[in-house]
Design a protein around this ligand. Sequence first.
Ligand SMILES: *Cc1c(COP(=O)(O)O)cnc(C)c1O
Length: 245
Amino acid sequence: MSVDPRRAELAASLAAARERVARAELAAGREPGSARLMVVTKFFPAADLARLVELGATEFGESREPEAGRKVAEVRAELPDAVFDVDMIGSVQRKKAKTVARWARRVQSVDSPELAEALAVAAERSLDAGERTTPLAVLLQVSLDGDPARGGVPVDELGRLAEQVVARDGALRLDGLMVIAPLHGEVREHLAHAQTIAEGFRRDYPQARELSSGMSGDLETAIEHGSTCVRVGTAIMGARPIISP
Ligand SMILES: *Cc1c(COP(=O)(O)O)cnc(C)c1O
């Protein structure tokens, strides 16, 4: 029998992360399964993604094109019957919209009208070509502090961007919001702020149920503050390699 130490390592860290999510849901008085665990596999090889699929993980986040597209294609070829989805969670250059629309279930990092339009055109093309069968779901990435380096749309421009996505219904589908907590200040305050924004947003767009917030270090706090999708990299994969494999 072949021994795969990496598989054992991932099995243990995946189980531990699931346990953290379950405990946080319980502590917050939330339904089990109301916060989903997304495994962020960026910088790790397709073989790790395949191992995690075999371990039962179903949602993944990737952040760089074209590496992401290649990895997804490799795993789909290797495990043709496996059911899993991959979201783009990193910033997307407009010229990469076309390839991202081929493999991404969702883009979580939509933060400008130009990017939304490029993704809509790309999704239409992919639908016409039979490369995808469902609209490209999008989350609008909200900037909690207006720092352009971290990406995200300022809160006061959120409504306009949402209208633009809704106008492209059929190509795009507005699923909700994504935030990355700023590095400065209190994480808890940032995540509570994100929850308030998401609640207000849902009053205008009831279909926008998703709030993607929380990472390895702050997933409990995020779940306490309404996260429906925590994006966990390091706590499951280990420290990211410096050079992309
Ligand atoms: C890398 C990344 C994560 C995962 O961060 P960890 O701290 O490693 O869990 C989550 N969200 C985004 C947008 C990322 O780029």
